[in-house]
Design a protein around this ligand. Structure first.
Ligand code: 3NM
Ligand code: MG
Length: 518
């Protein structure tokens, strides 16, 4: 691409003339307001108007985009672009072929191509596309006949493949369902270590807005700031990297819990409600068991954290989880996802997909079968148990690291040895006791424990997960060794006692229990 084509793709407006989106507003006025709000490039997309009308509207749009020194592209219609003399076109996979478009428009025109897969992306790059519209990010009512919903994970794979094949300089914008509530997460989670998105393409969040200027400037503002759910962690550039130093910081996390008594909002399954609430109290948190999503907006503002545990998922439950997840993401409150039995049924596999698309999870915690399912492998879990492991420790460590990189979060995979990773730091922990496998909800209440640590340790979420794991699993060891513990039945109350004892001992400056960390 010639160096003269310096295009700012950051906030890419795609127009829509349908009544459902444009309403009875004047398209030229809406685009002009959006330009005043800071839109950096405009695509005129109109699938139904007659050619004469297309050209006359495009001419009006071109005069406003020129005034703002912003390029105007036409969707699909080379003839309209030529008639208007605007800066380029955007072509879909079913539109005119790229070489012909280039021949007709010449080397200086900006030509973008829609890509939904690595193959489509690399082919368009080889053809010489100036940028790619990568999508569909999220399901959207604006365009229902899309080729596939690829989400942040699929987008990241495409970006990585472009960089790996020498196309790191080709522009990329993500499209589909991007608005003020999703834009920060899209930019953060879709970014590949070797290539970021250059911008986002937006239809309804601007075209359907009652105030397109304000909506555009809000989007730009959000794009320039880190999402609230990672701001503290990104700002902390001094995280400990070795296990000993991290273990040395665990006591401070547990003490912070004692000082702040953070709220742990649990949306959990029918089996563990009572056990989770007791464990939350024992480790120093303040539990609330609230499964109604409409309550989350208020609860998210109280400085606590949320656990979404889909152990007894229902259609109703799923929409409540999604509502609560969005509320906590907006408020910046941490969220732990426990994908219980993720690989047991098709319903649960789909629930995982729905929730990953709905928002950001600071921590995903599960057993091997669950974490593999979240990663996308087809695992048939027998109920909620993980089943026999087929992976080596190296494979497990690689899995949690890769999933942490993909989601931009913390992954905790429990088992005889637990693996935790933030994508950069990966540790194996072998505390715990066999009796944890003989009682119900032992994994679920670990999620609750981690949520409480997270509420006080946003600057280092991996440390929070480690603190939760060690507090919980060492308490289990101490409980199991007690003489009054004869089996699973007596183990449960002893575990709650020892969780409480560790919390009290730590507050008293006694960190002897931490010497068991391994
Ligand atoms: N193309 P909204 S999705 C025009 O995936 C278009 O190629 C898509 O609209 C693709 O911002 C889409 O309102 C519509 O969700 C995006
Ligand atoms: Mg098209």
């Amino acid at each position: 691409m010639p160096d003269t084509k310096k295009v700012d793709y950051s906030l890419y407006l795609v127009t829509d003339s349908t009544p459902a989106i444009l309403g009875d507003k004047d398209i030229v006025k809406v685009v002009e307001a959006a330009l005043q709000g800071g839109v950096t490039i405009v695509q005129y997309r109109d699938k139904t108007s007659d050619t004469g009308d297309l050209i006359s509207t495009a001419k009006k749009l071109h005069s406003v985009t020129q005034k703002h020194r912003v390029p105007l592209l036409i969707n699909d219609r080379i003839d309209v672009a030529l008639a208007v003399g605007c800066e380029g076109v955007h072509i879909g996979q079913d539109d005119i072929d790229f070489p012909t478009a280039r021949k007709l428009l010449g080397p200086d025109a900006i030509i973008g191509v829609t890509a939904s897969s690595i193959e489509e992306a690399l082919a368009a790059c080889k053809d010489g596309a100036d940028y790619l519209g990568v999508g569909t990010m999220f399901a959207t009512a604006t365009k229902t006949n899309t080729k596939g919903i690829i989400g942040t994970a699929g987008t990241k794979e495409i970006l990585g493949a472009m960089a790996a094949n020498g196309f790191g300089n080709v522009g990329t914008v993500s499209i589909g369902g991007i608005n003020a509530s999703t834009v920060q997460r899209v930019l953060y989670q879709a970014a590949h270590p070797t290539k970021h998105l250059d911008g986002v393409a937006i239809v309804s969040a601007i075209m359907a807005s009652p105030d397109p200027k304000k909506s555009a400037s809000e989007l730009l503002y959000l794009m320039d700031s880190p999402p609230p759910f990672v701001a503290a962690s990104i700002a902390n550039t001094n995280k400990a990297t070795d296990a000993q130093t991290l273990i040395g910081q665990v006591g401070a996390v547990i003490n912070a819990v004692r000082e702040k008594t953070p709220l742990s909002h649990n949306m959990t399954n029918l089996v563990v409600q009572n056990f989770s609430a007791n464990v939350a109290l024992a480790v120093g948190g303040s539990p609330i068991m609230a499964n109604y999503g409409a309550e989350a907006s208020d609860l998210s503002k109280l400085g606590g954290s949320l656990v979404i545990n889909m152990g007894t998922v229902t259609p109703d439950g799923l929409s409540n989880y999604a509502q609560a997840l969005k509320a906590y993401n907006l408020a910046g409150g941490p969220v732990v996802f426990d994908p219980v039995g993720a690989g047991a049924t098709a319903v649960r596999r789909n629930a995982v997909k729905t929730l990953l698309a709905a928002g950001y999870f600071d921590v995903i915690k599960g057993n091997e079968g669950e974490i593999k399912t979240v990663f996308g492998s087809v695992v048939q879990q027998r109920g909620v148990d993980s089943g026999a492991s087929t992976s080596s420790d190296i494979e497990k460590a690689t899995l949690v690291r890769d999933l942490a990189i993909r989601e931009g979060n913390i992954i905790v995979m429990t088992g005889a040895t637990d693996f935790i990773s933030d994508g950069v730091r990966t540790f194996a922990i072998s505390n715990g006791h066999e009796l944890l496998g003989r009682i119900t909800g032992s994994g679920c209440v670990l999620g609750t424990t981690i949520s409480i640590m997270l509420a006080v340790s946003r600057e280092d979420k991996l440390l929070a997960a480690l603190a939760g794991l060690l507090h919980y699993e060492i308490a289990a060891e101490i409980a199991a060794e007690r003489e009054d513990v004869k089996g699973p039945g007596t183990f449960v109350p002893a575990l709650i006692d020892e969780l409480y004892n560790i919390q009290k001992a730590t507050a008293g400056g006694d960190l002897k229990w931490l010497e068991r960390a391994k």
